[in-house]
Ligand binder design. Structure first.
Ligand code: FES
Length: 104
């Protein structure tokens, strides 16, 4: 069981990366809901972020790959535009226990 962080550390419209050994993941909070995905772009299988904890586009509306700019829906991980259009980020199962995001 791996604890990521408190839900209070993940602010609305923000993203946080977690460099777990062999399993980098990131979490996003949107409309009060938490989403967790593997930090792996379906295009080349590399990490998505440009800078630490920076996984979103300028508006904070979509997840953006920093390498070739692919854009992903936060709620589904569906790639809406870019070289891997139609693919999906890999969701990571988790639960929230006592306000802590815990990988299942
Ligand atoms: S590596 Fe992500 S869009 Fe190319």
């Amino acid at each position: 069981m791996t604890e990521l962080c408190s839900v209070h550390d993940l602010e609305e419209g923000q993203s946080l990366g977690f460099d777990l050994p062999g399993n980098p993941v990131f979490a996003v909070r949107k409309d009060g809901e938490v989403f967790v995905y593997k930090n792996e772009c379906p295009h080349l299988g590399i990490n998505l972020e440009f800078m630490e904890n920076d996984f979103l586009d300028m508006d904070g509306a979509l997840i953006q790959c920093s390498t070739h700019g692919a854009l992903f829906e936060i709620e589904s991980g569906h790639c809406l535009a870019g070289p891997c259009q139609g693919d999906y980020l890999t969701p990571v199962p988790f639960k929230i226990e006592n306000d802590t995001i815990v990988l299942a």
